[in-house]
Design a protein around this ligand. Structure first.
Ligand code: KG4
Length: 337
């Protein structure tokens, strides 16, 4: 039996959830998107300040919605990394204070493990499993032979796919976060612009998004210099086709190589409608089970942290109050702190 408060503050969402024996009692998310939109991306200093302003309110609301008193909690869980260091520290300090005051264990949770376990809200995980983690800060294919056993088998050499979406959107004059308008406009466009496939011809499982981003930016600037109008919907479609097909290609290769039973999507870019349908088709063709998190659980939230926290609570994986945040915490080392 356990009642756990989970806190998430790794990027631009301040979030808190209460979970009791697998049942989510509350899920409060306060997003800073409107503020960062002005800058076309997340401003780390502003993110930290807004987390500091919002965290108590978000926690209070999560506790009240769950009809839960702090005295009733068995543990408090928090995202320890990866993410923006200043942002992570706000959630961590709040969690430590609650742990200290109410003499309950502190559970440090890996942010990407959270994104992966969000899938448990809709389906049981089946091993060996491949988690396709696609977010604003990360792009990696994670092999799981069992619960909490993570091995990164492929990852981006440079930018994350979400970062690439956001920068392409910015050069096209679309609002942050760029994935959403690109996804929408690509449906109205045609693949008319020729953008090279990253790492084409290389025998590798690596992914890469910085070259694709630069190619779009250069193409847009060249067209503008020549006085030609960029067809934004066509550019979105041309870009998205290349960006998504790279993920699909690497997923298919890893699925074959490791005899994968189930593929799951994780992270903010898993909200992308084209990726969702292309991945479903590709896995259906390969006769591999595919699981996609519900839309409410794709972008950052604390219910996904709560899911992992329940498992760690059972295993008694707790952290001392002296623990610090780790902006580059590897998922393979999720239990080292
Ligand atoms: O997982 P997330 O909320 O934050 C990180 O931990 O990074 O992911 C945010 C990223 C942003 O880059 C955003 O543009 C992208 O997810 N995103 C999308 C879509 N919705 C959000 N990318 C493509 N298509 C979407 N529909």
């Amino acid at each position: 039996m356990s009642k756990i408060l989970a806190i998430e503050s790794s990027c631009d969402e301040t979030a808190a959830s209460v979970i009791e024996n697998g049942k989510l009692l509350s899920n409060v998310v306060s997003t800073q998107i409107e503020v960062h939109r002005k800058y076309g991306g997340v401003m780390p200093e502003i993110a930290s300040r807004l987390h500091a302003e919002n965290i108590s309110i978000v926690i209070k609301e999560a506790m009240e919605t769950a009809n839960c008193k702090f005295e009733d909690l068995n543990a408090v869980a928090v995202t320890r990394g990866p993410g923006l260091i200043g942002a992570l520290h706000v959630g961590l300090q709040a969690a430590k204070t609650i742990a200290m005051l109410y003499k309950i264990p502190l559970i440090p949770v890996h942010h990407l493990a959270g994104h992966i376990y969000a899938n448990e809200y809709v389906s049981e995980l089946k091993f060996p499993l491949l988690a396709v983690v696609v977010s604003g800060g990360n792009t990696e294919l994670v092999l799981m032979k069992n619960h909490l056993d993570f091995k990164v088998v492929a990852e981006t050499r440079d930018d994350a796919i979400g970062e690439c979406y956001d920068k392409v959107a910015r050069v096209l004059g679309l609002p942050y976060p760029g994935g959403i308008p690109i996804d929408k406009l690509a449906k109205e466009g045609k693949h008319t612009y020729n953008l090279p496939t990253p790492l084409k011809g290389e025998k590798t499982l690596d992914l890469s998004y910085s070259g694709l981003k630069t190619n779009v930016i250069n193409l847009v600037h060249n067209l503008e210099q020549k006085g030609e109008k960029v067809n934004v919907a066509d550019m979105c479609k041309s870009f998205q086709d290349v960006a998504v097909s790279l993920v699909i290609d690497r997923t298919k290769k890893v699925v074959k190589q490791y005899d994968i039973k189930q593929v799951i999507l994780a992270g903010g870019v898993s909200a992308n409608s084209y990726l969702r349908s292309e991945m479903t088709n590709a896995m259906n063709e390969m006769n591999v089970d595919i699981n996609i998190p519900p839309m409410w659980c794709c972008t950052d939230n604390a219910s996904m942290i709560a899911k992992v926290a329940e498992k760690l609570y059972q295993l008694k994986i707790f952290a001392p109050l002296s623990i610090g945040a780790d902006p580059n915490w590897s998922i393979e080392e999720w239990n080292k702190f």
